[in-house]
Design a protein around this ligand. Structure first.
Ligand code: ADP
Length: 489
């Protein structure tokens, strides 16, 4: 099959969150199964300045109509591996910037124009380069207009852009919602600004367009696929998703098991495996040293690596002062995001400087030392489409403490619920739930034999992409052979 992926991040070229990890691993696995894979990404500054880009070849220039303007861009091709090409869509005005979406606490005000330009450039390139994709697979709101523009292109020119299209929702909380006036930047017929199309309570919603115009919609865990059909988690799109329910699928994310492997990870201090955990203890000592926190092997260490947003339940942690003061534990936080949450964490750290360490950086190396060196990993998310760190934690012999939401339910089994298979501690998404989880983890920490057995069990679990890549392949085949129920212009 010829498969085209369109996304706004992908390791190793650009990463701000889990989407990049997922994309990097998915496309590599699909290509290694012999499919021809082409990925589209915006040519951000970090990519332009990377070593990898030096090998890119310019394919063509484009003139893209965005509202009243004709905007010129360039497309480059970069060969990443056998069967795997990256197409980079450049326009310095839009993408030669410090951040992909906006500086620390806000979005760029022209994100509508930037991603409309990107989506249109993708469709034009697919036509210009005669790519004839079997599957056009788009990811999240930044690329959700690609299926819309490609349907319009097909209707207007009679040229098939791709045989079928898919949209994967990696996080429904981000939909690409812009004021009504942004609609004119799409140059779509006025009929597309309606309740059955891109209009959303008087605004334009890119993701909504993608949901209606893609042949299939997928999301990243079975439990999240159920949750988003309900008003509590549907973020206003539950009705639209219910309408497309027959074409809604769930494929659980995998992790890059080669990169996230404690036996091969060169970013941590000492490598280790389930058979010989000596290295894990060394990483713990290194972690304490790096943070300047006092402690030894008998001090329970709780780690967190996360975006600092309401989604991640950081406020539940802010309410655990009494637990932290009463118990001889350490809390190590690596996270970037909301100023308010940073301030809350700083206040906690000021009250308990000998127990809490904070870093508000984006730091890949430190994130791995936290995964390897902590005893417990905290993920008290309010909602979580899939989540990756709970899987990384199990692989690194670190017990995940997670809420009973989204993909966390699909990837962590509670140690009390199933004592034969449990690998983590699962609790309700609120302050009291987290408190209970923390106390349960201290009890587990005292029972060294049980702790060891649970760690080993987590490390033995297979979260690799092998399974998910085959599931996507099967879905592509199914979608290709089935009738399309997507909107047609
Ligand atoms: P989300 O995509 O919602 O942020 P995921 O759990 O799916 O959450 O993925 C987050 C990814 O980003 C993980 O690989 C995590 O280690 C990484 N990450 C998040 N914040 C940081 C940070 N401050 N430094 C390093 N890595 C981070």
């Amino acid at each position: 099959m010829k498969i085209v992926h369109v996304s706004s991040e992908q390791v190793p070229l650009i990463k701000t969150g889990g989407l990049a990890d997922v994309m990097g691993a998915l496309v590599r696995h699909t290509a290694s199964r012999g499919h021809d894979v082409i990925c589209f990404l915006p040519l951000y500054r970090v990519i332009q300045e990377s070593e990898a880009f030096k090998k890119a070849q310019k394919l063509h220039s484009l003139a893209i109509t965005v509202g009243d303007e004709s905007l010129v861009g360039e497309v480059y091709r970069l060969k990443l591996a056998k069967h795997l090409d990256i197409y980079l869509v450049g326009r310095d005005e839009f993408f030669d910037r410090t951040f992909p979406y906006g500086p620390k606490h806000r979005d760029y005000s022209d994100n509508d124009a930037r991603f409309i330009f990107f989506c249109k450039a993708v469709v034009d390139t697919l036509v210009l380069e005669n790519i004839h994709a079997d599957i056009l697979h788009c990811h999240d709101w930044q690329t959700a207009l690609v299926p819309v523009f490609s349907r319009v292109e097909e209707a207007q020119t009679g040229i098939q852009v791709s045989a079928r299209s898919l949209l994967t929702i990696h996080n429904l909380a981000f939909q690409g919602i812009f004021p009504e006036k942004s609609f004119q930047l799409t140059n779509l017929p006025a009929s597309f600004y309606g309740i059955d199309s891109l209009e959303f309570y008087g605004q334009v919603n890119f993701l909504k367009g993608g949901i209606f115009f893609s042949d299939a919609i997928t999301t990243v865990s079975p439990n999240y696929a159920k949750e988003i059909l309900l008003p509590e988690n549907g973020c206003g799109l539950e009705g639209v998703l219910v309408r497309r329910q027959d074409d809604l699928y769930a494929i659980l994310n995998g992790i890059d098991a080669d990169s996230w492997n404690p036996l091969k990870d060169t970013l941590i201090v000492a490598q280790y495996s389930a058979r010989n955990m000596k290295g894990k203890a060394e990483n713990k000592i290194e972690l304490l040293k790096m943070t300047g926190l006092a402690g030894d092997k008998d001090t329970p260490v709780f780690g967190i690596v996360t975006r600092l947003t309401d989604q991640k339940g950081i406020d539940f942690i802010l309410k655990q002062k009494s637990f932290l003061s009463k118990n001889e534990v350490r809390l190590i936080v690596l996270g970037k995001g909301d100023l308010k949450l940073e301030q809350g964490l700083k206040k906690l750290q000021k009250q308990l400087p000998e127990k809490v360490y904070l870093s508000f950086e984006y730091d890949e190396v430190f994130s791995r030392v936290i995964e390897a060196g902590s005893d417990f990993f905290l993920m008290p998310s309010r909602f979580e489409p899939c989540g990756l760190n709970q899987m990384y934690s199990q692989r690194y012999g670190t017990i995940p403490l997670v809420t009973c939401v989204g993909g966390l339910v699909d990837t962590v089994i509670d140690i009390d619920e199933n004592s034969e298979e449990g690998t983590g501690i699962v609790f309700e998404p609120n302050e009291a739930g987290l408190k209970k989880g923390l106390h349960r983890s201290l009890k587990l920490f005292e029972d060294k034999a049980r702790l060891k057995a649970i760690r080993k069990r987590g490390m033995a679990r297979d979260f690799s992409w092998k399974i998910a890549a085959i599931e996507y392949e099967d879905l592509y085949k199914q979608v290709l052979s089935g009738e399309s129920q997507a909107h047609n212009p």
